[in-house]
Design a protein around this ligand. Sequence first.
Ligand code: ATP
Length: 344
Amino acid sequence: MSGLILSNVTKQFGTFKAVNDVSLSVPDGTFVCLLGPSGCGKTTLMRMIAGLDLPTTGSVALGGEDITQIPTHKRNLGMVFQSLALFPHLTVGENIAYALRIRGVDKADQKKRVDELLGMIHLSGFADRSVNKLSGGQRQRVAIARALAISPKLFLLDEPLSALDAKLREAMQVELRQLQQRLGITTIVVTHDQREAMTMADTVVVMNGGEIRQAAAPVDIYRRPADSFVADFIGSTNLIPFRADGRGQASIFGSAVDGFSLVGAKAGTISVRPEDVQIVTAEGSSVTGTVTFIRDLGGTVETFIEAGGQQIVAVSSPRTRPNVSIGQTVGLRFDPETSVVLAQ
Ligand code: ATP
């Protein structure tokens, strides 16, 4: 099979496993984001894909060829790593053409490719500009063009947008995704920003403690998280303990609820997204709580409810805002269709 295939990759530093038995298949032309909290092993995994580190055990294959022992410069990669800055003494055009010049591509072809790439990153006419006279976003685009100059087989980016301010970062996420789709290049990005991963990726790979917790399409990760770590890390969620009596009857905070079942276990957790929590009247509701705070953010309204000794957050739009006030006892309804039952 072509694409990138990681098979049982482990990286050990002393006795510590920074990456533990990771297997992943990245089909050609897809965009994958490695996502996880600081220290989860994403950079270490990326460095092994890049050939900057050797796995302790396991293998890396690209396009059907085992490249585990192949040095970085022979892997035909485009890389944008935080540590790989632009060459400050070269112009924009010279930076982009750098790898072509090293490879002995003739001047006319270099210029053609540079012009093509400048067009792609919306910087046509910038070839002779000093890179010191670019904004942060422009500099990042040049770094991307420089990495793509050689038409790499695999495009690797480690936190490529982290130095940019929030607005520019969001715009660049869309741009990077559109560029990747136009080129159809297999791309792997390391990020700790879940919104960034959800914006760009075909597949989000959620890591924790050196292991993959889930690898799936963004909407599946959000709607069907594999465990409570993923549910909590992606977006926000209410994790509500839940008990089953073994005869099909489930209960939340000691009250019977319908529609939930847990096979082969007595306790679990229900993940309910704030937008899926329904606030209803207390009368006739099995689960009730007290409204403790209401946050009106203009575009959304968050209602905080204390129930069963924990805080539950419900989100609505201003138009569907529940008609409740602080201190009021309300009923809570969790729809089995939109809730996810997680084993403990
Ligand atoms: P961040 O988002 O903070 O960059 P990360 O998910 O990229 O985190 P890694 O840089 O892959 O995490 O590090 C994973 C773990 O491996 C960390 O606990 C780190 O301290 C450890 N580690 C990384 N490189 C080495 C090394 N060369 N020697 C020893 N430990 C290392």
